[in-house]
Every structure is written in structure tokens, then in C-alpha cells.
Ligand binder design. Structure first.
Ligand code: ZN
Ligand code: ZN
Length: 649
């Protein structure tokens, strides 16, 4: 017998070899039916796993992420089975779970149109109703290959061949007539997948490689209950409406051009205005906090990147100008900058430095270029050229913690002001000692840098997760992560500690005792990349930007032609105060103009008619509140000014 410690520290005894599923059943049928897997001493396993020793066991349901993944991956088998029943000639590739659901890649002559997707869904419903149990079995690599070759599953054969040389058995899951190459884990039967929806179909290269065949990828999601699925689909619909790549174009904030190229967005006047507003705010705030603005070139000779290590570690990510092959013959080769670091270091190296110069804080609104694969491009989030609130701070070891805190406080202040703070999480990004290709420096140097940074983070009381192999090639990072409207996570802001590059560039300072030392460098961004920030703001506010950011802050609606002069006079007055104002002087009905102002989510619009012209007032409407009454012009102007100055959300 084995002793199993269950939820609430309840200890029960079972025959050795009892499976997690059987234990769940012994606790209750409800739990058994909702079980997706189990954690033995904290490690997640398939429900069919036998318990052979005393342990702690937690039954995992759909409520936890591991449970969801098992559930979704089981649903992907159901989808593959349905496709094979309907279109037996189809070849199966892979079908993993992803954020919010799963997909399966198929190689099929049939084009999966929305009508076909409906047919597949109907067949899936049948498979769920049949409540087929999933049975796991193993074959030797030779047997596994023979089986998949006989079925003509060329992609599975390729996958098995990769594992075959290890000689380990290959595992399969079988449900009814359908057998799938799979490591699991899986639910016990198809009957549990009560509610699902195939959401879209796109093209996807086999193994993500453009040289391979383009397959059809069906995305889908699944839930244990219809009501949960409905709720999810409603959220998805709302997310689609807010998607910056759609809404940002509709609002005429940005566009793209085939002629200019992918990942190179064009900021239209309204988008450019928001970015300018952000940029002025960031630069002013940095100035207040002791940062010194630099302006460095967009490109440099390859020599600079050879010193920094970018040439060896980041060449694929750079746009190179000139032919590196002819460099030895004396031809100059340049590259557009992917980072600002080595440029600002040259500013530091402008003259000898002493401890009195430190901390030295250099900021720059810096445009960077990164050669990302064209398949990766997305709106303002994945781009090849972007502008970032960059900064490098040189300091002594004693100053490091305070300066790090200062950088973090600035970033937090900006996130709070923008209303993004509640959406972020912190990640301590470390190197991977096994990925030596990617990183410079010795294990001792990395241990030291990560140790120092870990201590600072713990001192500051920051709750963070750890990201292995997420560090920059020259140092660990604190990444401030944010999820977009679809739940996809990206890095918005980073703060890094680095000692390696100072050494490489010969950056020194003379300490109090007259000795020369390398400064610590903090690489940081304060708001991150402007394009990405704009994307997040579009999604956050669904176009209803706070007054201080709105590209059009006030619209004036004169009732008749005779009110035009007054309208333009008001516009001029507000513009003198720095506001962004338009006059709608079209000869449309006032009701129509009001409706348009409301639909365009303008922060304020004011009506000017006979009465207003006479007593020097404006009739004010506010977004979300409608008509807020008549006001003396000066009161209105001051009210706006205060709201802008305080960056009210
Ligand atoms: Zn599977
Ligand atoms: Zn840097």
C-alpha cells in the first residue's frame, strides 16, 4: 500500500500501482469527470499514471493551466479524428495546445472554408457523443514507423525518425478507429469535451520553415461547459474590436504600404501626434530626474559592432549596408543600429571620467532597426523600425541599487500614468548556461551580475517570475511584461545590469583612491518602444484616449454660418493654450455633427449658437456624459487645461 496525501492534508492508502484517475474516482465521480491530470509531488502527469510510492497528489482540473492544456490537446485529437473521418486523404502534422485553445496543422487537398469547418465541428460533436475512451500504448521505433508509413502519415514518420535513434519506445493514444502519435497527457475520454468552436483557418509552413510545404492550420478552443465557451467567444469578439491593428487603422492613427514594406508602419497625423505627446512627456520627465539627452547616429561602421559583440551575436538581426565580403579589400561596411548602447558609450568615452562624474545618466529617443522575419510582422507590435525611450546609466557599485530603483520608479510612474500598470507583470530574465552561442562573458561574471540583480529585486520587494534564456547577450534583465488584448505577452520595458560591455569598450573612471575601474551600466527604457505603447493604448482605451493624449481634444460645432467666426475665435484661443482643436463647419445638421463627435469618442465637443455668441459661453458635451451644460468660455478652457496638466484618465 502507498500513502497518498490529498487536498487538505487528507492521507489515504491505495494499492501500489493505482492510477491518478482511479484515485480521483475514489474521491468522487464529480472530481473524476472534471479531472484533467494530476500533480505528484508538484509534477504534472497524465491521469493514467500509476502511483507507486508515498506522495502528495493534487488532482488538476480545467481551472489550472496544465489542466486546460490537456483538455485542449485532447480536443485537438478529436478535431484530427473528425478531419480524417471526413477527408481520409488528409495528412496529419501536429496539433498542440496554445494560449486560449489549440490548433492542428493539416496537409489536405480540400480547402478548409467556413462551410467545411462547420462540417468538421458537426463530426467532432459526434465523436464527443460517442464518448470514446483514449487508450495509451507504446511501440518500438521500428513498429511505430511501420504503422505510420502504412497509414501514409509522412509528417509523423519524419517526427518518429527524429526520435528513433534514441531507441526509446514511442507512445500513441487511440480513440475508436483513430490513433495518434503523442506523448500525452490526455483526458480519459472524448465525452468530456462538451463545448468547442473552430475559430479560424490560416496557412502555416510545416515546422514554421518557409522552404517547407504550406499546410492548413485550424485554430479552435474548447471548454467543459457551453456557458464558459460563450463567455470566451464574447471576450474574443470584444478583443477583435479593440485589436490595435484593426482599430488603429480605422481611427487613421497609422497605416502600412506594400511599397514601403512589412513591419514599417506609417504614422498618420493623429498617431504621430499621440507619439509626439508621449515623447515630450517622457523627455521632460527624464530631464526632471537628472537624465542628459544625447543624439547619436542611426548607423555605424561594422567596427563598432565588432567591439560590442553584435557582429558575432546579433548579425542576423541587423540591416547591413555594404558587402561584408569586400571588407577586406578596404570597402567600408555599415549597419543600421539595433541598439543604442555602443553609441552612447562613445559619448561616455568623450573624455576621461572620474567618480565625480557618476552616476551619469544618458537618455535618447532612439530609432532602432531590427531585421525580423517577415512572417513575424504584426501591426505596431512586431516591426522592423521602432523608436524607443532608451537610456544608459553609468555608476559605481555603491550607486547601483539606488540607480536601479530610480529607473524602476520612473517606469512604474509612466505605466501608472498611462493606466497600464495593472496589466503588467515582472520577469527576471536570466541566461542559459547551456546556450553558450548566445552569450558573452564567463559563468562567474553571469553569476555575479545575476546575484546582484536578484538581491536588488528582492530588496525592492518585486514579485517576479524567472525567464531562463531570456537575458540579453551581455547581461540579465528585469522585463516588464504586458499582455495584449488577445492575452499574448510581450516585453514593454526592460532594465538591465551590465558590466561586460564597459570592459569591452574600455570605459573607465578614476575612483577616489586613484585606481581605474569599469563602471556598472544600467540599460533601461522608461516607456519602452513608442509604437508598442501606442498599440497597447489603442487596445486599452478602444480609441477613447484620455484628454491629454487625444489627437483631437475638442471639436467646435457652430450651429449656422453666422457662428463660424466665433467658432474659429474659440479654436484660436484654445490653440494658444496648446490644445488640439477642430471646427466642424460643414453645412450638416447639428444633431448629425453631435452624433459623429460621440461616435468618434472625442473627449469634448462644444456647440456655438446665437445664445453662446451673445454671452460668451459654450455649450459643452463630454465623452461618456453627454451634455454637461453651458459654461463661460474661460471656465471651460481652464477646466480642460487642468485635466490635461494632471493627465487625468
Ligand atoms: Zn496528443
Ligand atoms: Zn543598451
Amino acid at each position: 500500500m502507498v500513502k497518498v496525501t490529498l487536498k487538505g492534508d487528507v492521507i489515504k492508502e491505495y494499492e501500489a500501482g493505482t492510477t491518478i484517475a482511479e484515485i480521483a474516482k475514489s474521491i468522487g465521480m464529480g472530481l473524476y469527470k472534471s479531472a484533467c491530470g494530476g500533480k505528484i509531488n508538484g509534477v504534472y502527469y497524465d491521469l493514467r499514471t500509476a502511483v507507486n510510492e508515498d506522495c502528495a497528489l493534487e488532482i488538476v482540473t480545467f481551472d489550472e493551466i496544465e489542466g486546460k492544456k490537456t483538455f485542449w490537446h485532447t480536443a485537438s485529437h478529436i478535431m484530427a479524428q473528425a478531419v480524417k473521418r471526413l477527408y481520409p486523404e488528409t495528412k496529419l502534422a501536429i496539433g498542440p495546445s496554445v494560449d486560449n485553445g489549440f490548433y492542428y496543422d493539416f496537409d489536405s487537398e480540400v480547402s478548409f472554408t467556413p462551410e467545411i469547418l462547420e462540417k468538421i465541428e458537426a463530426e467532432m460533436k459526434k465523436i464527443v457523443k460517442e464518448d470514446l475512451s483514449l487508450e495509451k500504448f507504446e511501440l518500438s521505433p521500428t513498429e511505430a514507423l511501420a504503422m505510420m508509413e502504412e497509414k501514409g502519415e509522412i509528417y509523423k514518420v519524419e517526427l518518429i525518425n527524429e526520435h528513433a535513434d534514441k531507441g526509446e519506445p514511442i507512445s500513441f493514444y487511440k480513440q475508436g478507429e483513430f490513433t495518434e502519435l503523442c506523448a500525452g497527457p490526455h483526458l480519459m475520454s472524448t465525452g468530456a469535451v462538451k463545448a468547442f468552436k473552430l475559430t479560424s483557418c490560416t496557412g502555416a509552413y510545416w515546422r514554421g520553415n518557409e522552404k517547407n510545404k504550406m499546410l492548413q492550420r485550424i485554430y479552435a478552443t474548447a471548454f467543459p461547459k457551453q456557458s464558459a465557451l460563450d463567455e470566451h467567444l464574447a471576450q474574443l469578439e470584444e478583443a477583435r474590436k479593440r485589436d490595435h491593428n484593426k482599430l488603429g487603422r480605422e481611427l487613421e492613427l497609422f497605416t502600412t504600404s506594400e511599397l514601403i514594406g512589412q513591419g514599417l508602419p506609417i504614422m498618420l497625423p493623429k498617431g504621430a501626434r499621440i507619439i509626439q505627446t508621449l515623447q515630450r512627456w517622457v523627455e521632460d520627465e527624464e530631464q526632471k530626474r537628472g537624465w542628459l539627452l544625447t543624439k547619436t547616429p542611426f548607423m555605424a561602421k561594422s567596427d563598432l559592432y565588432k567591439v560590442s559583440g553584435h557582429w558575432d551575436h546579433y548579425l542576423d538581426g541587423m540591416f547591413v549596408l555594404g558587402d561584408p565580403a569586400k571588407e577586406e579589400e578596404g570597402e567600408e561596411v555599415f549597419a543600421l543600429r539595433p541598439m543604442t548602447c555602443p553609441f552612447q558609450y562613445q559619448a561616455y568615452l568623450n573624455r576621461p571620467r572620474s567618480y565625480r562624474d557618476l552616476p551619469l545618466r544618458y537618455n535618447e529617443t532612439s530609432t532602432l532597426f531590427r531585421n525580423e522575419a517577415s512572417g513575424e510582422m504584426h501591426g505596431l507590435i512586431r516591426v522592423r523600425q521602432f523608436t524607443i525611450s532608451e537610456g544608459h546609466l553609468m555608476c559605481t557599485p555603491e550607486q547601483l541599487e539606488d540607480e536601479f530603483r530610480g529607473c524602476l520608479e520612473l517606469a512604474n510612474y509612466m505605466l501608472q500614468t498611462l493606466g497600464l500598470y495593472e496589466d503588467v507583470s515582472f520577469r527576471f530574465s536570466q541566461w542559459d548556461p547551456n546556450n553558450k552561442e548566445k552569450y558573452i562573458g564567463t559563468p562567474e561574471q553571469w553569476d555575479e551580475a545575476q546575484g546582484i540583480m536578484g538581491k536588488i529585486l528582492d530588496h525592492l520587494g518585486i514579485k517576479y517570475s524567472i525567464g531562463i534564456d531570456e537575458a540579453a547577450f551581455y547581461g540579465p534583465k528585469l522585463d516588464i511584461q504586458i499582455k495584449n488584448v488577445f492575452g499574448k505577452e510581450d516585453t514593454l520595458i526592460t532594465i538591465q545590469v551590465d558590466q561586460l560591455l564597459a570592459e569591452k569598450f574600455g570605459m573607465e573612471y578614476t575612483d577616489k583612491d586613484g585606481t581605474k575601474k569599469n563602471p556598472y551600466i544600467i540599460h533601461r527604457t522608461s516607456i519602452g518602444c513608442y509604437e508598442r505603447t501606442l498599440a497597447l493604448l489603442i487596445e486599452k482605451y478602444a480609441g477613447a484616449f484620455p484628454l491629454w493624449l487625444a489627437p483631437e481634444q475638442v471639436r467646435i460645432l457652430p450651429i449656422a454660418d453666422r457662428h463660424h467666426d466665433k467658432a474659429f475665435e474659440i479654436k484660436k484661443e484654445l490653440e494658444k493654450m496648446g490644445m488640439r482643436v477642430t471646427v466642424d463647419d460643414r453645412s450638416e445638421k447639428t444633431g448629425y455633427k453631435i452624433r459623429e463627435s460621440r461616435l468618434q469618442k472625442l473627449p469634448y465637443w462644444v456647440i456655438v449658437g446665437d445664445k453662446e455668441v451673445e454671452d460668451g459661453t459654450v455649450s459643452v458635451s463630454k465623452r461618456g456624459q453627454g451634455d454637461i451644460g453651458s459654461m463661460a468660455f474661460n471656465d471651460f478652457a481652464n477646466m480642460l487645461k487642468e485635466e490635461i496638466d494632471n493627465k487625468v484618465r
